[in-house]
Design a protein around this ligand. Structure first.
Ligand code: NAD
Length: 487
């Protein structure tokens, strides 16, 4: 069994306890992970707090911080194969995806490395002749980052990159389901030469997460996960009135009009829902299709879904791997069962595969006659597509917006004027037109409603890790007059 340790204050340690991590492809333990206690959380936050004020970080120029981030990006690229293999082994995310994603993780760090010395303050043309007023943009302080298991390296990079570029320090709590990639990542941090305590990684479940996010010495909480946990996080952060950024789930519509390039739309829908075995917050989990082309489109989707290569996530030929945990697999099965009871028709898939590991096949449910089917509203991480149809544009928008979430939407049409009308009316943080699931360090990512608030990616994410300080400087040498006159 491989051993993975915490990284606190620049030192690797066993943690108060350990737990076994399961290989989702076999359902058996493969590695032993350190598990934090509340005392470990305290140590990690203290390390981050001390590092935040220590001169080797606090007085480092933004350009020098950028160079450290660039060095980290290079190390990520050099060690990409190893990181991808570990993420695949611990979470079941297929190697095709982890290898492609790790290259992009390095790009995110490069982007924020370049951005570190472009976070600027401002000078104000103040309405008083003898005053100079300017704004300093200062790092918000100690950031607690809490992430789920899916795409952990990526979801961590979009927090760590901008937070460090802004000059913050970070304590990251990896997911209890598959923490190994984050613990391995910490080694590169060490090699890159960051001052001790600037970045710390601990593992553990809800209790450890609660201790971290309610900690009095945490200034900002950056969270990715489900809406129910987010409510706990917001309550926890109230302890310290820490600011929060929340990237939560989605129930994203994938809207297809009859005039669309249907070959492209089919391919985008297949990867939009079945990539990452459906464990993606932006999964296009609701197909909203023009009624006249529904049968043809569903027949094409069914054929593609049934041809998907399901197998060992470590094999480059595999297109769909196991779900990360047995809990996820059972949850997908229970939502499908309830949806069929509510009138949804099974087009393909529907039951866990009878083999070792947590495998579930690509599944399509036709909910045209089952508007109340729970699969249309429940956000669950599984390779399950729910289908509804529309007859006109107004109905398409009504169905698309009939959700408490608002993270992403796909729109397939060749009609430019319609596309612009739809873009305006769809309530979500991202709209992809004639494409799906494209991301970039340069573009913001985040949602409305139960999909959370705050944005990751782009300049805005770095600004969210700063606070503005207004500085007033009196330029007159005259004595200050009457003390009781307000100026
Ligand atoms: P989750 O909310 O159960 O857990 C996420 C993290 O929160 C884990 O590290 C967990 O240990 C921690 N946690 C749990 N209870 C806590 C508490 N009381 N206080 C502090 N921390 C606590 O989510 P999950 O089931 O691991 O992940 C799936 C969810 O994440 C889905 O809802 C999905 O949509 C969402 N997600 C969103 C994005 C995005 O960018 N919007 C990306 C990926 C996943």
């Amino acid at each position: 069994m491989q051993i993975f340790q915490h990284y606190i204050g620049g030192e690797f340690s066993e943690g108060a306890a350990q737990f076994d991590s399961l290989d989702p492809a076999t359902g058996t333990p493969w590695a032993r992970m350190a598990e934090a206690s509340v005392a470990d959380v305290d140590r990690a936050v203290a390390a981050a707090r001390n590092a935040f004020f220590a001169p080797d970080w606090a007085d480092m120029t933004a350009t020098a911080r950028g160079k450290l981030l660039m060095r980290l990006a290079d190390l990520i690229a050099e060690n990409g194969d190893q990181l991808a293999r570990i993420e695949t082994r611990d979470t079941g995310k297929i190697i095709r995806e982890t290898s492609a994603q790790i290259a992009y993780v390095a790009e995110y760090f490069r982007y924020y490395a370049g951005l570190a010395d472009k976070i600027e303050g401002a000078h104000l043309p103040i309405d008083k002749p003898d005053m100079e007023v300017w704004l300093r943009r200062e790092p918000v302080g100690v950031v607690a980052a809490v992430v789920p298991w899916n795409s952990q390296l990526f979801l961590s990079a979009v927090k760590i990159g901008p937070a460090l570029a802004a000059g913050c320090t970070v304590v990251l709590k990896a997911s209890e389901d598959g923490p190994a990639p984050m613990l391995e990542f910490a080694r590169l941090f060490d090699q890159a030469g960051f001052p001790k305590g600037v970045f710390n990684v601990i593992t553990g479940g809800a209790e450890v997460g609660a201790a971290l996010t309610s900690h009095r010495d945490v200034d900002h909480v950056a969270f990715t996960g489900g809406p129910e946990t987010a409510r706990h996080i917001v309550r926890n952060s109230a302890e310290n009135l820490a600011s929060t950024s929340l990237e939560l789930g989605g129930k994203s519509p994938f809207i297809v009009f009859a005039d669309a390039d249907l070959d492209s739309a089919v391919n985008a829908q297949v990867s939009g829902i079945f990539a990452a075995t459906g464990q993606s917050c932006v999964a296009g989990s609701r197909l909203v299709i023009e009624a006249g082309i529904k049968d043809d489109f569903l027949a094409r989707l069914k054929a593609k879904a049934e041809a998907i290569v399901i197998g060992d996530p470590g094999d480059m030929a595999t297109e769909v791997g196991p779900l990360c945990t047995l809990r996820q697999r059972d949850h997908a099965a229970s939502v499908i069962e309830a949806s069929i009871k509510a009138g949804a028709k099974l087009v393909t898939g529907g039951a866990a595969l009878e083999r070792d590991g947590f495998y579930f096949p690509p599944t399509i449910l036709d909910c045209t006659d089952a508007p109340d089917a729970p699969c249309l509203t429940t956000e669950f991480f599984g390779p399950v597509l729910s289908v509804t149809s529309f007859t006109d544009e107004a109905q398409a928008i009504a169905i698309a917006n009939d959700t408490d979430f608002g993270l992403a939407a796909g729109l397939f049409t060749q009609n430019l004027t319609r596309a612009h009308r739809m873009i305006r009316r769809i309530r979500s943080g991202i709209v992809w037109v004639n494409t799906y699931r494209a991301v970039s360090p340069i573009a913001p990512f985040g949602g409305h409603g139960l999909s959370g608030h705050g944005r990751e990616g782009g300049m805005q994410a770095a600004l969210d890790y700063t606070k503005v300080k207004a500085v007033w400087l009196r330029t007159s040498d005259d004595p200050i007059p009457d003390p009781f006159v307000m100026r």
